[in-house]
Ligand binder design. Structure first.
Ligand code: AMP
Ligand code: FE
Ligand code: FE
Ligand code: ZN
Length: 274
């Protein structure tokens, strides 16, 4: 049985609806599935319902976009109570900033003679997260670029002409929001930041785990983060960061899979008094 604790659905920038993702998990032999959409928990009820129906254990989660100093850092939250009003209110505020930024990105593209309909891109329901991948898809659809990758390379990646940053949310604040919702805060894909020095600082602020296993970590990185987790007493998590992108054959659900012992340790940590 595979264990994949990092996946996205149409509630943020995944290609599959929550129930379709759970169905794929069952077909691919994933028995435990963490659903971790960017800045929203809107997909969780559907995923949990599908999981109960299909015999896939769905772990409720989310992935918050936050900052450590000037660097964007993604924070996973596991076992959150996704109905808690304070959590929902905070996420609503953060998603409103995404909509503000969407309009600014569309404004910038206009300078290049590209006219996208921001309201159409944003029409995903108030609980869903809109982001650069949706702008990229609109650019492809309108024929301005051939691929999502090209849309990022030419316009949307950090430093490119239509890039607009989001408001900075300190990672400590994101961790506090996860904890207040009864969840465990976990640093997502630490290998992508090239800044392991942040880890002890985050531990002091309440970090519970790090995502040692991630498709962007090679063997050396995985081994390093397993050691770092042991040194700081952190739980280890892992997953594919599956977005269900068409043609994204390299990103398979359940690859990498989290070892069962690490899942057991994560559960024990969640059950322990904090
Ligand atoms: P946002 O949260 O709106 O800033 O968008 C970030 C998301 O865009 C990430 O979670 C990825 O899913 C996606 N992304 C980032 N860079 C690329 C890229 N170069 N090609 C395709 N997708 C990307
Ligand atoms: Fe994403
Ligand atoms: Fe991420
Ligand atoms: Zn992710």
């Amino acid at each position: 049985m595979l264990i994949d604790l990092h996946t996205h659905t149409t509630a943020s920038d995944g290609a599959l609806a929550p129930a379709a993702l759970v169905e794929l998990a069952r077909r691919e032999g994933v028995g435990v599935l963490g659903v971790t959409d960017h800045d929203t928990v809107a997909g969780l009820d559907e995923a949990l319902e599908a999981g109960a129906r299909l015999g896939v254990e769905v772990i409720p989660g989310l992935e918050l976009s936050s900052h450590h100093q000037r660097q964007e850092v993604h924070l996973l939250g596991y076992f959150v109570d996704h109905r808690r009003p304070a959590l929902l209110e905070q996420l609503t505020v953060w998603r409103a900033d995404r909509v503000r930024r969407l309009h600014q990105m569309v404004d910038r593209l206009r300078r290049y003679g590209i006219h996208l309909d921001a309201d159409r891109i944003a029409a995903r329901g108030a609980a869903a997260s809109v982001g650069r991948p949706h702008v990229a898809a609109a650019l492809v659809e309108a024929g301005h670029v051939a691929t999502i990758e090209a849309a990022f390379d030419r316009f949307l990646a950090d430093g490119k002409p239509a890039y607009v940053p989001r408001q900075r949310v300190p990672v400590a604040q994101a961790m506090a929001v996860v904890c207040a919702a009864g969840g465990l805060p976990v640093l997502a894909h630490p290998g992508t930041y090239r800044n392991d020095g942040m880890i002890p600082e985050l531990v002091r602020d309440g970090l519970a785990g790090i995502e040692a296993f991630h498709r962007d970590h090679n063997e050396a990185a995985t081994a390093r983060y397993r050691r770092i987790a042991a040194r700081y007493g952190l739980a280890r998590t892992g997953g594919s960061d599956f977005h269900g992108l068409p043609g994204g054959t390299a990103h398979r659900l359940g690859q990498p899979s989290l070892p069962q012992a690490d899942l057991d340790a994560l559960r024990a940590r969640h059950a322990a008094p904090r």
